[in-house]
Ligand binder design. Structure first.
Ligand SMILES: Cc1cc2nc3c(=O)[nH]c(=O)nc-3n(C[C@H](O)[C@H](O)[C@H](O)COP(=O)(O)OP(=O)(O)OC[C@H]3O[C@@H](n4cnc5c(N)ncnc54)[C@H](O)[C@@H]3O)c2cc1C
Length: 415
C-alpha cells in the first residue's frame, strides 16, 4: 500500500500548470512536502509531449560528449526510477553501433565521456553485439553497451499522478489556466476554464508552469516573455520487435539515430525542427521517408516491417533558436525561472529537460517554491516506490462519479 508519511503540513496552496510527466512529478513532490496542490491540465493527462515521446529511458550516453551535466543527471535518475517506478520501465540496455568509419573513430571519445559522466559504458566486440541483436547491420564496425532502457511514457507519468492523488492533490484534467491574477507584484490566483467555456476564479499562493512546450503561452498570461523553443520531432513505429535493446548510432546526436523497442513495436526517431507553437504538430511525408532510410541503415529491413503509426511532438527546449541548427545546439538540461525578478513574485517556470529526468526537474522546482516561501522541507520522492499507474484510472473514475473536471481517459503513449 502506498502511504508515505507527511512530515509537516503547510498552509500554502500551489498551482501546477501542466499534466504531463513534469507536472505530475511536481504535484507529487509538493504534496509529499505537505503542500496543498492544485494541478491543471487543459487536455487529458499526458496529452502533451509526454504522451508522444520516443520512450527511451536515457542513460545519458547520447549526451555525454557534448552535454555533460544532463548526461550525468540522466544516469542518476535512471537508477532512481528503476527503484521507485519499475512498473513503467523495461531495463533492456542499449547498444551504440558504428556502421561507418567515422562512427568507429568516435568510439574512444564516446566511452571516456560516458565514464566521466558516471555512465558505465563498455565497448563490446561487434560479433557479440550482433549475437545479442541479430537485426543489427552486418557492416557493424564497433559497438558500445550502455545502460539505456525503455519507458512507458503514460505509465511513468500516471504513476506520479497516482501518487499525487493518493496524497490529496486536487487534479483537474480538461481545465485550462486562462488568466493570472497578481496584486502588488505577487501572485494571488487565476482564472480557469472548462471545455464548455465555463470560467472560475481560483486562489493560490504560488504558480509553477510545468507546461513544457506551452511555457511561452502560460508565461504570456502574466505578461512574461519565456525563453523557450518548441522543437517538433517525428517518430515512426512498425509492428514487431526488431530488437530487444535500444539501438543508437555511435555518433553525436542527430536525426533518425535511435531505435526503441516498445512492447510489440519498434520505433525509429526522431527529427528536429523548430516551430512558433506546439499546437497541431504533424509528421511530414519527407520526415517519414527519411526515418525509414535511417532505420534501414541501422537494422536492414526495418522499412519492410508492417507500418503501425507515425506521429510528432514538440520538445520544450530551454532557450531561443532562430534555426533548426541552433535548436540542436541548445542543451537538454533544465532550469527553473523565478519570475519574482520580473515583478511576478510567486510564479516559476520549469523549462527544458527530458522525460527521464522528470523527478529531478520536479525537485528543483519544488525547492524553488520552498525557498520562496521560506520553508525548509526536503525532497523525499526518491524514498518511496510509487503506486501502480492503474490507480489513476480508479482516481479518475471517482472524480467522474463526483461530476468534477478530473475525468479523462487514457492517452495513447508511445505504444
Ligand atoms: C520527438 C521527441 C522524442 C522524445 N523522446 C524522449 C525520450 O525518448 N526520452 C526522454 O526522456 N525524453 C524524450 N523527449 C522529451 C520529453 O518528451 C519531454 O521533455 C517531456 O515529455 C516533457 O514533459 P512535460 O511534462 O514537461 O511537458 P508536456 O508533456 O508537454 O506537458 C505540458 C502540459 O501542459 C498542458 N498545458 C499547456 N498550457 C496549459 C494551460 N494554460 N492550462 C493547463 N494546461 C496546460 C499541455 O496540455 C500539456 O499536457 C522527446 C521529445 C520529443 C519531442
Amino acid at each position: 500500500m502506498f502511504d508515505p508519511p507527511i512530515l509537516s503540513r503547510h498552509d500554502a496552496r500551489i498551482c501546477v500548470v501542466g499534466g504531463g510527466g513534469s507536472g505530475a512529478a511536481l504535484a507529487y513532490d509538493l504534496a509529499l512536502r505537505g503542500f496543498s496542490v492544485l494541478l491543471l491540465e487543459k487536455g487529458e493527462f499526458t496529452s502533451g509531449t509526454t504522451g508522444r515521446h520516443h520512450g527511451q529511458l536515457h542513460s545519458g550516453a547520447r549526451y555525454a560528449v557534448g552535454d555533460r551535466e544532463i548526461a550525468r543527471e540522466c544516469m542518476e535518475e535512471t537508477l532512481v526510477l528503476r527503484r521507485i517506478v519499475p512498473q513503467a520501465i523495461e531495463y533492456n540496455g542499449g547498444i551504440f553501433a558504428a556502421i561507418r568509419d567515422d562512427e568507429a573513430d568516435y568510439a574512444p571519445a564516446f566511452v571516456s565521456a560516458c565514464l566521466e559522466a558516471g555512465i558505465p559504458a563498455r565497448e563490446i566486440p561487434a560479433a557479440e553485439a550482433r549475437a545479442r541483436e541479430p537485426a543489427l547491420n552486418p557492416a557493424l564496425k564497433r559497438s558500445v553497451w550502455v545502460p539505456d532502457g525503455t519507458i512507458d511514457a503514460y505509465r511513468l507519468a500516471a504513476s506520479f499522478l497516482s501518487a499525487a492523488a493518493a496524497l490529496g492533490a486536487e487534479m483537474r484534467a480538461f481545465t485550462e489556466l486562462v488568466g493570472v491574477e497578481t496584486s502588488g507584484g505577487r501572485i494571488q490566483g487565476g482564472t480557469i476554464r472548462d471545455p464548455c467555456g465555463r470560467e472560475e476564479r481560483v486562489s493560490f499562493d504560488c504558480l509553477v508552469s510545468a507546461a513544457g512546450a506551452w511555457a511561452g503561452e502560460v508565461g504570456a498570461l502574466a505578461g512574461l516573455d519565456i525563453p523557450i523553443t518548441p522543437a517538433p520531432g517525428t517518430m515512426v513505429a512498425v509492428r514487431g520487435r526488431i530488437s530487444d535493446m535500444v539501438l543508437s548510432r555511435l555518433a553525436p546526436p542527430g536525426d533518425g539515430d535511435i531505435l526503441v523497442p516498445q512492447r510489440g513495436l519498434s520505433i525509429i526517431g526522431s527529427t528536429q525542427t523548430r516551430a512558433d507553437s506546439p499546437e497541431g504538430i504533424l509528421p511530414t511525408k519527407a520526415e517519414i521517408e527519411f526515418l525509414f532510410k535511417r532505420a534501414d541503415e541501422l537494422v536492414p529491413g526495418f522499412s519492410a516491417a508492417p507500418f503501425h503509426a507515425a506521429w510528432a511532438a514538440a520538445r520544450p527546449l530551454a532557450g531561443r533558436a532562430a534555426s533548426d541548427a541552433e535548436g540542436r545546439a541548445i542543451s537538454r538540461d533544465f532550469a527553473v525561472l523565478d519570475h519574482g525578478t520580473e515583478g511576478v513574485s510567486g510564479m516559476f517556470t520549469l523549462i527544458g529537460g527530458k522525460a527521464t529526468v522528470l523527478r529531478a526537474m520536479a525537485r528543483k522546482a519544488a525547492d524553488a517554491v520552498c525557498a520562496h516561501l521560506g520553508i525548509r522541507e526536503p525532497c523525499r520522492t526518491a524514498d518511496f516506490p510509487l503506486p501502480s499507474w492503474r490507480s489513476l484510472d480508479a482516481f479518475q473514475a471517482r472524480m467522474a462519479g463526483r461530476g468534477t473536471a478530473g475525468s479523462g481517459g487514457r492517452t495513447g503513449g508511445t505504444a
